[in-house]
Design a protein around this ligand. Structure first.
Ligand code: G4P
Length: 528
């Protein structure tokens, strides 16, 4: 029974550059899963995306995204959990963290725009972590790049080894259907209703008379040539290679028109991995172990400033998570039980009794959790793989209301626990420095400190090119001590007390690397 529940689960994320069609595809997957009846229900994502600098919008999106953080539905007996990833690049770190909780990803690419910057960055993170990747090339109903050229671009820019699973017949106005390499069949789209699942005409034989009538001899000739070309150039799909992150299947379609989405979903549930084992500081934890373990990958503040409660999202890694059961919060070495854990189904949040590996549980938190915390049935271990990444923007944060310094400090710490940004303390003068991946976060922090904690802050510029976590790999301390002495003005500690070097330019970083070969400069906080 327990094993069956694990085998049923598919937990994944959809990633893309904004506007490639992530929201639309999510919505269509829900439509196929019967979780929604009509498209248009996941509009909230859209609100979120469009909100950039308006504070009320920021507040609204925070509220909404609790509901869309996990979208679960059942499709052909599989329980599918889609974890939402923010589209805005300033929230990229949120996406990186969510990627620690997925077992696979679907990457959406716009056929006209090809591989874009945000896609490259996100796919790199997935590649590093060996997450199985499926590529969906979207918007085939519009004129775009030539399909063969695009396959080449995906392979080169994203550094993937691809295996096309479907191939488009025509494009833009001429987009008529797709060829399915696995099933060796042709699906011609027979009707277009963007909000409902449309009909398909299936043909097994490329020389079928009906098919010829439907799409014309020219299209068939071109298709035959392209199929031959693809079979000659690209490797056949191998599930084992895909699961080992050595081969990535590619699909074509139009999410908006429900073209090619069924092929994607049907293949997805056949090939996407069930919940996988996960590394800890002690050992690997297998989902089939009977003892519960899980970790916090996201913390979400609630909207109501009077109740400063938050929701901590926990990915269940092994065993079963049960309501009102004592669990160990490993970092705090504290037993805790949870009376109203939430699960997410379609668009609704509901209280659950039991959750299984692969599921996401939402817990009301009054400040006990930080991102990366591990919870277990009692074993003392910590899940790995939730590093901090080097931020890109840095500013001193100052107290602008001396009467509210306590509130300010508390607010800063809590927002950092939520993962909104990173806090560093300069060794030289103990000043606080905030580092973020996007400039929008500074506005969010200022606004939330004021609105939720009644504190005021101001920022001051600080010239930092990159923050690097440093590691001395020499047995001797001499070189390390010299580095610390020379660079003492540029050293800081992160939230966990780890030493960080603030390089003020690419040149100074390079010089430091050359001068101190026994010191490693890491872009993420987790390097061993
Ligand atoms: P995102 O979450 O990745 O940011 O993208 P989203 O789904 O919001 O899609 C971005 C725009 O692209 C939307 O248009 C959406 O309708 C459109 N789109 C998505 N898939 C397809 C497709 O297969 N074909 C075509 N032609 N368009 C597609 P919008 O104008 O921004 O929004 P809306 O007013 O249409 O809702």
């Amino acid at each position: 029974m327990f094993i069956k529940e694990i085998q049923k689960r598919r937990t994944f994320g959809i990633i893309s550059h904004p506007d490639a069609g992530k929201t639309t595809l999510t919505e269509k997957l829900l439509l196929y899963g019967g979780a929604i009846q009509e498209a248009g229900a996941v509009k909230s994502n859209k609100v979120k995306k469009k909100a950039t600098s308006d504070f009320m919008e920021i507040e609204r999106q925070r509220g909404i995204s609790v509901a869309t953080s996990v979208l679960a539905f059942i499709y052909k007996d599989k329980k599918i959990n889609i974890l939402d990833t923010p589209g805005h690049k300033d929230f990229a770190e949120d996406t990186y963290r969510t990627l620690t909780a997925v077992d696979s990803v679907i990457v959406v690419i716009d056929v006209a725009k090809g591989v874009e910057e945000q896609t490259e960055k996100l796919v790199e993170v997935c590649r590093m972590r060996k997450i199985p990747i499926i590529v969906f090339i979207n918007k085939l109903d519009r004129e775009g790049k030539d399909a063969i050229d695009l396959l080449d671009e995906v392979e080169k820019k994203l550094k993937l080894k691809i295996s096309p699973m479907t191939y488009p017949i025509g494009m833009g106005y001429e987009f008529k259907g797709i060829y399915n390499f696995l099933k060796k069949e042709i699906n011609i789209f027979s009707s277009v209703n963007k909000n409902k699942i449309s009909g398909l005409l299936k043909y097994k034989n490329l020389d079928n008379k009906d098919l010829l009538e439907n799409i014309g001899s020219l299209s068939i000739k071109k298709l035959k040539e392209e199929i031959d070309l693809i079979i000659g150039v690209y490797p056949n799909f191998s599930k084992i290679k895909f699961l080992n992150s050595e081969l990535q299947p590619v699909f074509f379609g139009s999410a908006l028109n429900n073209f090619g989405v069924q092929e994607l979903l049907d293949t997805f549930i056949e090939i996407a991995p069930q919940p996988l084992e996960k590394e800890t500081d002690k050992r690997k934890v297998n989902p089939t172990e009977s003892d519960f373990s899980g970790f916090v990958f996201k913390i979400h503040a609630n909207m109501d400033p009077k109740h400063r409660d938050r929701i901590a999202f926990i990915k269940v890694v092994s065993g079963t998570f049960k309501k009102n059961t004592n669990y160990l919060h490993v970092r705090l070495n504290k037993k805790m039980k949870f009376s109203s854990p939430n699960t997410f189904f379609a668009e609704k949040k509901q209280i659950i009794e039991t959750s299984f590996p692969g599921d996401i549980v939402g817990i009301h938190d009054t400040g006990n959790f930080i991102i990366g915390d591990t919870i277990t049935s009692g074993e003392k271990l910590n899940f790995k793989g939730i590093p901090n990444f080097s931020p890109e923007y840095f500013r001193y944060i100052n107290n602008a209301d001396p009467l509210k310094s306590k509130q300010l400090n508390k607010g800063i710490l809590q927002l950092m626990d939520e993962g909104v940004a990173q806090l560093f303390i300069l060794s030289l003068n103990s000043r606080k420095v905030i580092g973020t991946v996007g400039s929008l976060q500074f506005d969010v922090i200022k606004h939330r400190l004021e609105y939720e904690y009644g504190a005021k802050c101001s920022y001051e510029k600080l010239n930092v090119y990159k923050a690097c976590w440093i590691e001395n790999i020499s047995k001797k301390q001499d070189g390390f001590e010299e580095f610390k002495r020379i660079k003492h003005k540029f050293l800081a500690k992160d939230k966990k007390g780890r030493l960080v070097f603030f390089a003020d330019s690419a040149f100074s970083l390079q010089m430091s690397k050359e001068k101190f070969p026994n010191i490693l400069f890491h872009n993420t906080s987790e390097f061993n």
